[in-house]
Design a binder for this molecule. Structure first.
Ligand code: C2E
Ligand code: MG
Ligand code: MG
Ligand code: MG
Length: 291
């Protein structure tokens, strides 16, 4: 925990936080107010099909527009939110926003699917699925258009309970993705039993694959495993054309990364997608899945 705290940013370094629970409560209050004052922002990063460049989806990534500290990246407050249990409120806010965006973008064909990140705490929360379903329904968004990204380690923390939650999400119609794949400890046995649709290759392998043959081999192996299990596979951290080409050659299905687009504020993303559509790269109503 200490190491995690040191790795994180200003929340972790904040001297008030080191002085015990009163400080923690202060910060927790600050995060709650952030939610009420609408200081949290969803940024959206596009995901393209590697064969034809179709816009197949996007990932919602949270930021905190802090009145004094500016735009705070998620790794500087997600760990704190997880430690304090605030993550659940945060996740429900993210899900609500995502549902709102899907209801706005789905019908006009701007975006077929949006992915959100769940943390281990969300998987353990009994009412997650009910809450999520209620928010989708409230906005009139289709569960099929929502994809939930979960890391291997979040699943392996308590595979039994995680499986229950994942099955319930699946039954609702949501898509499931294993994030940062290759960095955790999931076995083939676990993978085979999980109701997931997608593997997301960890950025560390993708970014290095251009120069390090071993990383290219790992990427190739993950693509093979995914396809053998009939899963779609996405590479994250695609930073240049060479990596894009390499992934296409290896038969990877989808790509996400700075080469395609950075995570953008909602309005910018909308403009970006409209511009692409106008340029003739029309986003399909249904994503081009591997299967
Ligand atoms: P992640 O889910 O693996 O998200 C991918 C991260 O890689 C994002 O960082 C994204 O901005 C970054 N990225 C995308 N393309 C590239 C690229 O080409 N090069 C490089 N160097 N980086 C790229 P971000 O937005 O800082 O998020 C970091 C992590 O914070 C996420 O990793 C996720 O684990 C967590 N996170 C973000 N939003 C949420 C959220 O709403 N809920 C939860 N529970 N976690 C979140
Ligand atoms: Mg993710
Ligand atoms: Mg990831
Ligand atoms: Mg990550």
């Amino acid at each position: 925990y200490e190491a995690k705290r040191r790795r994180a940013g200003w929340l972790a370094y904040d001297p008030r936080f080191d002085h015990g629970s009163a400080a923690t409560l202060t910060l927790l209050g600050e995060m709650r107010r952030a939610l009420q004052r609408q200081e949290l922002r969803l940024f959206v990063q596009p995901k393209l099909h590697l064969l034809d460049g179709t816009l197949v989806g996007a990932e919602a990534l949270v930021r905190w527009q802090h009145p004094e500290r500016g735009l705070v990246p998620p790794l500087e407050f997600i760990p704190f939110a997880e430690e304090t249990g605030f993550i659940h409120e945060l996740s429900l806010w993210v899900i609500d926003e995502a549902a709102r965006l899907l209801a706005r973008w789905g019908p006009i064909g701007l975006l077929p699917r949006l992915s959100v990140n769940l943390s281990v705490h969300d998987l353990m929360k009994a009412d997650l699925v009910t809450q999520l379903a209620a928010r989708l329904q409230h906005h009139g968004a289709s569960p099929q258009a929502l994809c939930l990204e979960i890391t291997e380690s979040a699943i392996m923390n308590d595979p039994q309970r995680a499986l229950q939650t994942l099955q319930a999400l699946k039954a609702l119609g949501c898509k499931l993705s294993i994030d940062d794949f290759g960095t955790g400890y999931s076995s083939y046995a676990t993978l085979r039993n999980l109701p997931v649709d997608e593997l997301k290759i960890d950025m560390s392998f993708v970014r290095a694959m251009e120069k390090v043959p071993k990383d290219a081999m790992i990427v190739r192996s993950i693509i093979e495993v995914a396809h053998n299990l009939n899963l779609s596979v996405v590479a994250e951290g695609v930073e240049n054309e060479a990596i894009w080409q390499q992934l296409a050659t290896l038969g990877c299905d989808e790509a996400q990364g700075w080469h395609i687009g950075r995570p953008m504020p909602v309005e910018s993303f909308e403009a970006w997608a409209r511009e692409r559509a106008a340029a003739g790269l029309s986003p399909a109503a249904v994503p081009g899945q591997h299967r």
